[in-house]
Design a protein around this ligand. Structure first.
Ligand code: 2BA
Length: 109
């Protein structure tokens, strides 16, 4: 058994969950926030057999899009807020960030 922890953009979640459920996979959806952009994203916990990891990763890859995000850098410590003009920096977000963990034990009680 493996646990995929997939951080995905909110815009992709519904399509991704539909695609996973259609193929018989189960998932738990958690609301999360990216540490860098401080914007909402979604973390999915997906428990799958070893031989299913590849297919689930392929589904995630197919559905999750790359998008642009904007972040405003914090002013330097020696810079007063009066003179600080934030210039947003563009970053590329996604498709998805996926961690694959081996599960030591899996039981439903
Ligand atoms: P955020 O932390 O909000 O990051 C959003 C995007 O900002 C990242 O996209 C990346 O392009 C950029 N970014 C993040 N940290 C950066 C840094 N220190 N310097 C410059 N640019 C930076 P993704 O890499 O696609 O990540 C999307 C979301 O996936 C992240 O949102 C975070 O919630 C999660 N994530 C990514 N890598 C992770 C990791 N190693 N551990 C835990 N969560 C991760």
């Amino acid at each position: 058994m493996n646990l995929l922890i997939a951080v995905v953009q909110d815009q992709d979640v519904n399509r991704l969950l539909t695609a996973l459920l259609e193929k018989g996979y189960r998932a738990t959806k958690l609301a999360s926030t990216g540490g860098f952009l401080r914007q909402g994203n979604t973390t999915l916990l997906i428990g799958v057999k070893e031989e299913e990891v590849k297919e689930v990763n392929a589904i995630i890859k197919e559905i999750c899009r790359t998008r642009k995000g904007l972040v405003s850098p914090m002013p330097a410590l020696d810079q007063t807020l009066n003179t600080y003009i934030p210039t947003p920096i563009e970053v590329e977000v996604g498709g998805a960030t996926v961690f694959t963990l081996k599960v030591e034990s899996f039981e439903k009680m």
